[in-house]
Design a protein around this ligand. Structure first.
Ligand SMILES: C[S@@+](CC[C@H](N)C(=O)[O-])C[C@H]1O[C@@H](n2cnc3c(N)ncnc32)[C@H](O)[C@@H]1O
Length: 295
């Protein structure tokens, strides 16, 4: 029996043509289209700001991959696109059909963080019950625990949660920081995210961990007097949020920030120093920074 396969067209393209190229690929019958940073996982990786402004959601140079059925005439599609956009240097590949969910799951392993935390994919059994096991199904939301920014925030939470704190996880994604905070002893945890899928993911992961979590869209969060705010977002929103965070945190409360590169340390510290008594770099891993601010 022949295994089903697909054809993929890959191309690097500039921000200017990305939307029209997307439409053209759809017209040519693409079954799905993904847009990625061609430098993903390298030191040239560029975080993009997801703030609802579509022109800001792409990289200057993006890698587009379009999936086509095995019957698609790739030469004809390539010609049509080259005629419309100039020589695009499209590359054709073949993709065997596999159980992609299982394949993807094989890549995600349990990770030990700090002294006690163990991030366990929700489909695996924990290796030991002596750890604080956090079961996470990243789904479509960011936060499998393997990214340095998440790891540094988790380590920081392990060091700073003593028990009984009220914690705000701003940009909760998969909810991994909320769940860790709760399991480390926080008495109340709130998650906030601009993305509905992230809020759903935070809630379903909290449920898997028997953790009580309240989630909000930013405009709906009325809570104040947090002992700890953790925000692993990106530098621009972190800068915009400095004043807001200062109004939500208790005197002597702490904010932990990550999601930005070392080039941005000074501009973030300058903004947070306006509202907080002290800021300090906690750690830098692979050029990603984790910074703390004390009210
Ligand atoms: C890098 S992920 C962090 C997820 C998780 N907290 C972690 O540490 O792994 C950033 C999350 O912040 C959300 N986000 C981005 N900008 C935001 C903003 N201005 N307000 C609230 N959430 C935001 C994104 O939707 C995303 O889920």
């Amino acid at each position: 029996m022949h295994r089903k396969y697909y054809k993929i067209l890959k191309v690097n393209c500039s921000k200017k043509i990305i939307e029209s190229l997307n439409i053209a690929l759809e017209k040519e019958g693409a079954l799905s289209i993904s847009i990625e940073d061609p430098y993903d996982g390298t030191t040239k990786e560029q975080p993009v700001l997801l703030d609802g402004n579509s022109s800001e959601q792409y990289w200057d140079n993006s890698l587009i991959s379009a999936l086509f059925d095995s019957q698609a005439n790739i030469d004809e599609i390539t010609n049509t696109l080259n005629n419309a956009f100039g020589d695009l240097k499209l590359q054709a590949e073949k993709l065997e059909d596999k159980d992609w969910v299982s394949e993807n799951r094989k890549q995600i392993k349990s990770i030990k963080i700090g002294k006690k935390l163990m991030i366990v994919p929700s489909w695996e059994k924990p290796v030991s019950n002596k750890n604080i096991n956090i079961f996470v199904d990243p789904g479509l939301a960011f936060g499998s625990g393997s990214h340095p920014t998440t790891t540094m925030c988790l380590e920081w939470l392990e060091k700073n949660i003593k028990g009984g704190e009220k914690v705000l996880d701003y940009g909760s994604g998969s909810g991994i920081l909320s769940i860790a905070a709760s399991k480390l002893g926080a008495s109340q945890v709130c998650g906030v995210d601009i993305d509905n899928q992230a809020l759903e993911s935070s809630l379903s992961n909290a449920l898997k961990n028997n953790v009580t979590l309240k989630v909000y869209k930013p405009k709906d969060l009325k809570g104040k007097n947090f002992d700890i705010i953790a925000a692993n977002i990106l530098s621009n929103p972190l800068i915009k949020l400095a004043k807001d965070f200062s109004g939500k945190i208790k005197p002597k409360g702490k904010v932990v920030l990550s999601g930005f590169y070392s080039d941005d340390i000074e501009k973030i510290r300058t903004e947070y120093n306006k509202y907080f008594s002290k800021t300090k770099v906690y750690k830098i891993v692979e050029n990603w920074v984790c910074l703390e601010a004390l009210k």
